[in-house]
Design a protein around this ligand. Sequence first.
Ligand SMILES: CC(=O)SCCNC(=O)CCNC(=O)[C@H](O)C(C)(C)COP(=O)(O)OP(=O)(O)OC[C@H]1O[C@@H](n2cnc3c(N)ncnc32)[C@H](O)[C@@H]1OP(=O)(O)O
Ligand SMILES: N[C@@H](CCO)C(=O)O
Length: 378
Amino acid sequence: MTEAPSRSATGGWRDGDPVGERLWAGWDAPLELESGRSLPGARIAYQTWGTPDARGTNAVLVLHALTGDSHVTGPAGPGHPSPGWWEGLVGPGLALDTDRFFVVAPNVLGGCQGSTGPSTAAPDGRAWGSRFPSITIRDTVRAEEVLADALGIDSWAAVIGGSMGGMRAMEWAATFPERVRRLLLLACPAATTAWQIAWAAPQLHAIRADPDWCGGDYHDTGRFPGAGLGVARRIAHVTYRGADEFDDRFGRRPQDGEDPGAGGRFAVESYLDHHARKLSRRFDAASYVLLTEAMNGHDVGRGRGGTAEALRRMPERTIVAGVSSDHLYPLRQQDEIARSLPVPGRARVITSPHGHDGFLVEDDQVCALVRELLADQD
Ligand SMILES: CC(=O)SCCNC(=O)CCNC(=O)[C@H](O)C(C)(C)COP(=O)(O)OP(=O)(O)OC[C@H]1O[C@@H](n2cnc3c(N)ncnc32)[C@H](O)[C@@H]1OP(=O)(O)O
Ligand SMILES: N[C@@H](CCO)C(=O)O
């Protein structure tokens, strides 16, 4: 544990050792990637809550979405500038009851909150930047396998994730069926669709078109493509929320003190500006590009005889849920997943006006799903 990650002058994460509650597991051997390339000196930052039992059977793996991190719960502090992204879920007596379960949350490989990614230092001391190899969702799971081994966890009592975290959870169960006893998949597809890739395309273009992108090698220059990342976040955030929600919440209202007819903004534009600014302060643009491309490549059926065949490897105790107003990962995709699971009748709906982000916002409904998942004893 050393000093907190530092920020470049223009924002964005730089390399730094994990701090605060964050721990890390690294390994000496290079991490072999699906591409055939390897990553030397990789490490995974993670946080834990609760205590492992003597038999090593009570561990639950929680996997975050695209811009999330290992800080599932707890106040903001050194190393994690925001409060936890699933407050109310993890703790004594809560759905992920830390009197019963040992909860583990890693920061994804390629991320920027402690795990090795484009903003961390390569063996030559310079940031990886554009030299960071492409990764797949399967690579991120392979990295987390090493973490599980380091923690002495033979099998997870449950693996839980939403969006990109759901893709990772699905890959965990498909790659290591014997190591996942229960599974909760939230707001994710079996394979990323043309619609989802299409929404990602202008985001990737916006970041790469920013002059401060520098071909992906801005990290050691003091520059940061915050404008491009901000445009990407604006586009993404619209896909993450509900159309009716925006109309109800903002209507055609001008932002306070501004006149949209005279160069000012509508309130909804100001709201998107706010989220753009916030992400550019806390997230690395190259991680955003790398992980977006990994999500584009997600297909649990690749090399496994198709998605239906792969989904038959999921544990019997799998629950899959979508958000009623999600227009990015619509409910029919979770229904498709449910139809191929080994046990039928495991599809659930999170009822919410908040769109895809409903899996982050509707805590009570997510808690109910987690309780249902964990209700039975091993
Ligand atoms: C929370 C974190 O960042 S932790 C890191 C991990 N994060 C994640 O995994 C997800 C990243 N975050 C998100 O996706 C979203 O922020 C969510 C889903 C967590 C939050 O959703 P909600 O609680 O519904 O928040 P919502 O979208 O309404 O945004 C509220 C913010 O908009 C601001 N806002 C609302 N209206 C306006 C407006 N007209 N102009 C400017 N700002 C506005 C609010 O002041 C508030 O600011 P704050 O977040 O800085 O306090
Ligand atoms: N708002 C979430 C949604 C992605 O699924 C995030 O930023 O990670």
